[in-house]
Design a protein around this ligand. Structure first.
Ligand code: UFG
Length: 337
């Protein structure tokens, strides 16, 4: 069986991808330092996957420990999620973001290279498109960043492209995520943000369950159909399956690839609020607040290349994203705590 190293394995996208990989017949070796996740996810992965998780608590910045693990487990390929991801926090602590995200990436690549592993899936983001010039956004669109977090994704991509140029044995999938939301359909794993959620859907979920009073809608005067921001929300299980598809292609010998993972459809903040109210049967009171600095009016993916290269398309719609998020939120009102 093909063995995959999964870094950031107990985080939001990592934990869902773990299940998708097992489902697709891969063996997973997970690592995480629990800096933004909880050990409580592991027994749930065990139950949902029907296997005892192979896991080591480890900071990917510890190259020696990671390299020893890659050797011991005879890893074939890696999916690298381990990174910090909060835009606002990155503006308060840019150096911590550079060190953690770029340092962690370099260390992980070194641990793999030391063991002759060159098959790598990199967790990138639509944030590398900056303010999009045209919609939907193709992978060929100009790249720019507006904050330290975005810079770690853009420079992470550049660093890996240079690595490939110097050593063509590397085969890398650069996956640019749009807005991952929702949860596993069991409702037993999901997104469990620490403190106040930065992102829309977890915030809406906490209003619906009564943990927070009202949503602040950041901006009601964008040039969009209802004046609120438009994003390409993609179900986290679709995203997880996109990783499986990319990994399969690389393991089959495909060249490196840069691919958007989104649905190709935009939804406004108010559409998300209404869809969540329908899914939960709860009200989500909101106020229109000033725009959030750095936000763009609209952002959604051109998904043609993902379909052509990976044979992958997002299957779950906004209603399913909200229903699955609500199942997780209502079964786990305080997250994993
Ligand atoms: N929003 C609100 N109220 C909130 C939170 C968000 O109105 O409390 C709005 C935002 O203004 C935006 C939309 O909901 O219009 C989505 O916001 P998110 O914070 O959920 O997502 P972003 O699109 O801003 O950010 C996401 C990822 C980032 C990534 C970025 C660009 O969280 O990591 O996409 O790809 F950088």
């Amino acid at each position: 069986m093909t063995k995959i190293l999964l870094t950031g394995a107990t985080g939001y996208i990592g934990s869902h991808t773990w299940l998708a990989l097992v489902d697709a017949g891969f063996e997973v070796v997970g690592v995480d330092d629990f800096s933004n996740s909880a050990p409580a996810v592991l027994p749930r992965i065990a139950r949902l996957s029907g296997r005892e998780p192979v896991f080591e608590r480890l900071d990917v910045g510890d190259t020696a420990a990671l390299s020893a693990l890659v050797a011991r487990e005879r890893i074939d390929a890696a999916v690298h999620f381990a990174a910090s991801k909060a835009v606002g926090e990155s503006m308060e602590q840019p150096l911590a973001y550079f060190r953690n995200n770029l340092g962690g990436l370099i260390s992980t690549a070194q641990a793999l290279q030391a063991n002759g592993v060159h098959c790598f899936v990199f967790s990138s983001s639509a944030t590398v498109y900056g303010t999009p010039e045209a919609l939907p956004i193709p992978e060929s669109a100009p790249l720019s960043t507006a904050n330290p977090y975005g810079l770690t994704k853009l420079h992470g991509e550049q660093l890996l492209r240079e690595l490939e140029r110097c050593d063509p044995r590397w085969r890398i999938a650069y996956l640019r995520y749009f807005n991952p939301v929702g949860a596993h359909e069991s409702g037993d794993i999901g997104e469990d943000p620490r403190g106040t959620p930065n992102n829309l859907m977890p915030y809406v979920a906490q209003v619906a369950i009564g943990r927070r009073e009202r949503l602040q809608v950041f901006g009601g005067d964008y040039p969009t159909p209802d004046g609120t921001g438009v994003r390409d929300y993609v179900h986290v299980m679709d995203l997880a399956e996109g990783h499986v598809a990319a990994l399969r292609r690389l393991l089959d010998g495909a060249d490196s690839m840069t691919v958007n993972l989104g649905t190709g459809r935009g939804h406004s903040v108010l559409e998300v609020v209404r869809a969540y109210e329908r899914a939960s049967g709860r009200r989500v009171p909101y106020d229109i607040a000033p725009r959030r600095p750095g936000d763009v009016a609209a952002c959604y993916a051109d998904v043609g290349l993902a379909a052509r290269l990976l044979g992958w398309r997002a299957r779950r719609d906004l209603a399913a994203m909200c229903e699955d998020s609500w199942r997780w939120q209502s079964k786990n009102p305080q997250g994993y705590a």
